[in-house]
Design a protein around this ligand. Structure first.
Ligand SMILES: *Cc1c(COP(=O)(O)O)cnc(C)c1O
Length: 416
């Protein structure tokens, strides 16, 4: 036996989830206990999103990035009331479908502050975008040709931005969306025919869009990406001679989900952006620099809450069975782009002060072994009727889950 076996095993913990207060042993949102919220919801499972946490996130971003415009990427959480709550607190909205565009317009965001990204936009979506006057982030030459055809037939100009697939990558990103070979954006070495076609009078180049990846918790790699973006834009301006109204440097600021994740430090990112604004002052003076964020704005503001419906022991393991699972919260089950399944932060939301603990398998009602919300998770002793909360469920939750799979009832969403 080696001596190391005597050392206490280092337990890697989840980052503290302190965004919600606790009252009488219950998680509280907007001065309501989770039991009260579940009565308001009228059912379990439900998602609940806290306005105060979203507002705090936006204030923190404003404090760190006073010279940068903030856009909200709706796909993180397109709940219409939530988008309407966020809209007046940001400078623009980014949409990824015709339906999201309608939500953005209904939130009273002026069209000039809405942009539309995503490969394979339909003719209908492009027409909707041109008619409403928003900016289309073009993802291919074919797309720009389609836009030109529509502008000619409508006799109305289209605002476009070029989404560029850069020749660098964002390191340590949870989901890479730029660099190398990509379905997103136009490779930087394929821009000649784009700029040629942009000479058409009905096509107005508004900006560039460079989005390199999602869920990044490494400020150094974000800084490197920002450095690369500004250098690339300068290079392209020399090569193609264009001016920009905006430069969208993407989003991708991550939030902690798993044991060992630490919250992203915004300070170094903001410092670096400030020095880039000085270094590229000619560009920065005439051009709005945009951060487009989804997860960072709403991710920690949401809880997914389900109810324990059964408890049993199988060959030494205790199972808590709930009425919620991967069909409502796919990412927490580990099936939304995770390579190794890890537990999201979890709580028994009505037993926050309990001191007795047990190790459980927290599972959903679906007939598939993939339906796991927590594996070997240490929680207060729970019983039938207790409320399980999955933290960090405000982004890529409800709409990123296969809610029809196995035909169980849908969760509802509340904004409080
Ligand atoms: C998804 C997406 C975002 C938001 O990414 P987050 O990681 O949620 O900040 C921003 N821009 C584009 C183009 C996207 O596709």
């Amino acid at each position: 036996m080696s001596k190391d076996n005597n050392k206490p095993k280092k337990v890697i913990q989840h980052a503290a989830m302190d965004q919600f207060s606790v009252l009488n042993g219950e998680i509280c949102i907007a001065n309501k206990t989770i039991s009260e919220i579940s009565l308001i919801a009228g059912q379990t499972p439900f998602y609940v999103y806290a306005k105060s946490v979203i507002a705090d996130n936006l204030k923190r971003l404003r404090r760190h990035f006073p010279k940068i415009s903030l856009h909200y990427a709706i796909k993180a959480n397109p709940m219409p009331q939530l988008v309407s709550f966020v809209a007046p607190q940001v400078d623009g909205l980014d949409v990824a479908s015709g339906k999201e565009l309608k939500v953005a317009l209904a939130a009273d965001m002026p069209p000039e502050n809405i942009s539309f990204a995503g490969p394979g936009k339909s003719i209908n979506e492009l027409s909707m975008a041109i008619a409403s006057g928003i900016t289309i982030n073009i993802e291919s030459l074919t797309e720009l040709e389609r836009i030109k055809t529509i502008t000619d037939s409508l006799n109305k100009a289209a605002n476009v931005a070029i989404r560029i697939n850069p020749d660098f990558e964002l390191k340590s990103s949870g989901m890479k969306m730029g660099g190398g070979s990509q379905q997103f954006g136009i490779d930087v070495e394929q821009l000649d025919p784009i700029f040629e076609l942009l000479k058409a009078p009905n096509l107005v180049l508004k900006g560039l869009h460079i989005f390199t990846g999602s869920q990044n918790l490494n400020s150094e790699s974000i800084i490197a990406a920002h450095d690369n973006i500004f250098a690339l834009v300068e290079r392209l301006q020399t090569q193609y001679q264009f001016t920009l109204e905006h430069l969208n440097i993407g989003g991708g600021l991550g939030i902690p989900y798993f044991p060992g994740d630490t919250p992203l430090s915004l300070e170094p990112i903001s410092k670096n952006l400030n020095s880039l604004l000085e270094q590229y002052s000619k560009l920065a003076e005439s051009c709005e620099i945009i951060l487009e964020l989804g997860r960072y704005i709403v991710g920690n503001a949401g809880l997914y809450v389900c109810e324990v419906t059964d408890k049993k022991v199988s060959r030494g393991k205790t199972y808590l069975i709930t009425n919620g699972g991967l069909h409502h919260q796919l990412a927490a089950s580990g099936n939304f782009g995770q390579i190794i399944r890890k537990n999201y932060p979890l709580a028994i939301a009505n037993k926050m002060d309990s001191s007795d603990q047990e190790t459980v398998q927290l599972v959903g009602p679906l007939c598939t072994p993939l339906d796991i919300l927590g594996s070997k998770v240490i929680l207060p002793n729970a019983n039938i009727g207790d409320l399980v909360a999955v933290y960090q469920s405000g982004a890529y939750g409800y709409t990123a889950s296969p809610r029809d799979f196995l035909s169980h009832p849908e969760p509802i969403e509340l904004l409080l």
